[in-house]
Structure formats: C-alpha cells, structure tokens
Design a binder for this molecule. Sequence first.
Ligand code: FDA
Length: 398
Amino acid sequence: MAEQFDVAVIGAGAAGMMCAAVAGQRGKRVVLIDHAEKLAEKIRISGGGRCNFTNLQATPANFLSQNPHFCKSALSRYTPQDFLSLLKRHHIPYHEKHKGQLFCDRSAEDIITMLKAECDLGNVSWRMPCKVHGIARAEQGFTIDTGAGLVHADSVVIATGGLSIPKIGATDFAYRIATQFGLKMVETRPALVPLTFDPASWQPFVELAGIALEVDVSTGVKKQRMDFREDLLFTHRGLSGPAILQISSFWQPGTALSLNFLPQTDLGTTLIEGKSSLRKNLGNVLAQLLPARLSAGWLASNGFDSEAKLADMPDKQLRRLGDSLNAWTVTPSGSEGYRKAEVTVGGVDTRELSQQSMMATRVPGLHFIGEAVDVTGWLGGYNFQWAWASGFAAGSAV
Ligand code: FDA
C-alpha cells in the first residue's frame, strides 16, 4: 500500500523546502523527499558560507531564459522584501555587501534552520536520505517509487535543481522526469563558472595567477552585447572572479571576451600626456595604475622595457600598449564545467509550464521549480530569489 499525501516535493534544497513549507502551512499533507545525507548542502556552501540569499535590486532583467517573461509573475508575487520578513520573524541578522546583495551575518546555516522550522510549522513529512526510483501516473495523481516504499500524491513538485557540483548530489533527475512526461527541454550548460584557455596560449599569463582587480568585461555584439564592471581574478588555468562568472553565463564558445583593466582611464592618452615629464619611466607609471605584478608581467609579455622613458617612446607604441590594457581581446577555450559552476543555464522549457503555478500545462499535477527550470539568475543572490519565488508559486498552487 502506498502512503498517501496531497503533495510530494522531490528535492529538499532552497526551492523544495520553500514550496513544502508554504503548501504544508496551507494545510496540505506534504512529503519532502531527498537522496542526500546532509540537508541543503548548496545553501550551506553558498556565498562563501554566508549565503547571498537575495538581492534588493532583483528584477526580471537579472535572469536568463529562452522565455524571458516567464519569471515575472512568480518574482512579483514573492519579492526580496517577503523573504526579509521571513528572516525577521526568525531573528536572523544580515547585511548588504555590494550592489544589493544580502548575506547572513553569521552563517548560511541560519537559512537552512529557518526553512526547516517553516517546514515543521507546516507538518511536512521527511524522507531523507531516500532514493527516488521512478514516478508514474496513477488513476488520480502520481505514484512515486522510493527507497522507503511507494508514495502516492495528488501533486508532485520536482525541485531537484541543476547539474552544478555533482560531488554534493546534483543530478539530472528533473530533466529525466520532464523528458519521461514528454516535456521539452532547453539545452543545458554550466554558468557562473571560471573560464579556461588552452595551456599553450595561457602560458604567458600563468605567473599572474592570484592577481585581482576591477575590470569592465563584455561579450557579444549589438543587441546581444552584455557587459559587467566587477572584480577579475587571474588563475593558473584562466580567468575567474565575479566579472568572469557573470559574463560566463552569456559567453558563447568560440567567441571573444573584451576586458578593460583600467575602466576609469584612457591609458594611451595618459601615457602620451606623461611624455611631457622627461623622467617618467614606463614601469613606474603603469605600476601606479595597476597591481605591480600585473604591470610588470604585462610589459614583459608584450615586449616592452619597463625602464624605458615615456619621453623616448613613439605615441603609436604607447597607444598600442594603452589599447592592449583598455581593450584586451581573448577567446577562452572552455570553462571549468559543472564541477565548478554555480548554476546551470537551460533546463525544463518554461513554455511547458504555467507561470502562476509552475505546473506543466500538459501534465496536470506535475510542477517544476527552482534551478531545474530554464530560468537562471545573475551572480548576486538572484538564483536564490528565483528558488524562493518559484517555490512559493508552486506551494501556493498545489
Ligand atoms: P538545490 O540544488 O538547492 O536543491 C536540489 C536538491 O535536490 C538537493 O537537496 C539535492 O540533494 C536533491 N536532489 C538532486 N537530485 C536528486 C535525486 N535524483 N533524488 C532526490 N533528490 C535529489 N545562489 C545565490 O543566489 N546566492 C549565492 O550566494 C549562491 N552561491 C552559490 C555557491 C555555490 C558554490 C553554488 C554551487 C551555487 C550557488 N548559488 C548561489 C546557486 C544556488 O545555490 C542555486 O541556484 C539554488 O540552490 C537552486 O535551488 P534549488 O532548490 O533549485 O536546487
């Protein structure tokens, strides 16, 4: 005999716990099933252990999707202020770090404890760790075959997330279920991920590993062009840091990135103007504008003598050096992949889902929420805001 529930939520991460709590508090009998040993590992490791749980500036424009209007409804019905009210009820201290990004003062553990307590308030039943072998249509609702026996539910919510960080339990479960029920998928790829270069072409830059600085980075042309001003980090294999994670979501393999290491300075003009002082040498001038190791390494790898006097150098040469730092064009060979990606772009095609309830319009009772669907936020708390908002939408509708 299958155990009976109104709602089965599969995946007890950010979106799944929010959905289960909301549905449970509406009086629904909810079971939350997850295969992991440890609850909500992704929340725990997020934001460097402090969880960047939302962004005060979140708007639909901060999300990528093949269907950009889809996220509007859920985001407008559960806003960052709604999540902050929840935090206040649980006396969780937080602070704003940068560009509207909100982090826990203490630890991401506060968010996990809060969501667990909200599930308890809704009398949610837990099956964890518990494998899910399959889901089948029943006469009414669905039968779920789990490691802890059969479960019957009128509605099933799939909240098993994307493919990033398989080491902590990410699987393609949501995509397999979507395909099983005949739903379309948008091709997936790793995003918010460091970019890599082929080792031979990266050799001159290996010694810059560890250098961080604020840059402008852009990719694409005309309407498709995206740019960000954020910190960049040189690594042994390529480029990372918030600037690169942001642009990685928009970067298409085979295309170039343009980087401006001195967003506030027209370097060519500054160097040419510096010629009026006879004693100024190239190395010293550049080291005042850039991290010393970057300026020394850059001059050496571009064949410039750091001891050269600006006054002795032709304008054309100074302009060429200026352009190389104001508009460095490089083509990554790939990315660090799902192993290091914070999120997955693509997923269950939102054109298959209702924007009010997140239910598959062709499969009544089957819902998809969170990162499993083709809605991906920028870096900065947007992905959790989508998890809360889509979880709330489904939890209010089931
Ligand atoms: P989530 O991944 O949270 O949960 C999925 C759950 O499903 C997991 O508990 C998993 O065990 C379970 N599951 C998977 N397959 C299953 C199966 N076959 N059977 C049963 N259970 C299964 N975002 C942000 O806004 N701010 C931030 O600071 C960060 N920081 C960050 C750091 C790092 C290192 C990563 C990897 C990611 C982030 N993110 C982030 C992204 C954010 O963590 C992510 O978008 C949300 O956790 C997605 O929430 P979901 O609930 O959709 O999936």
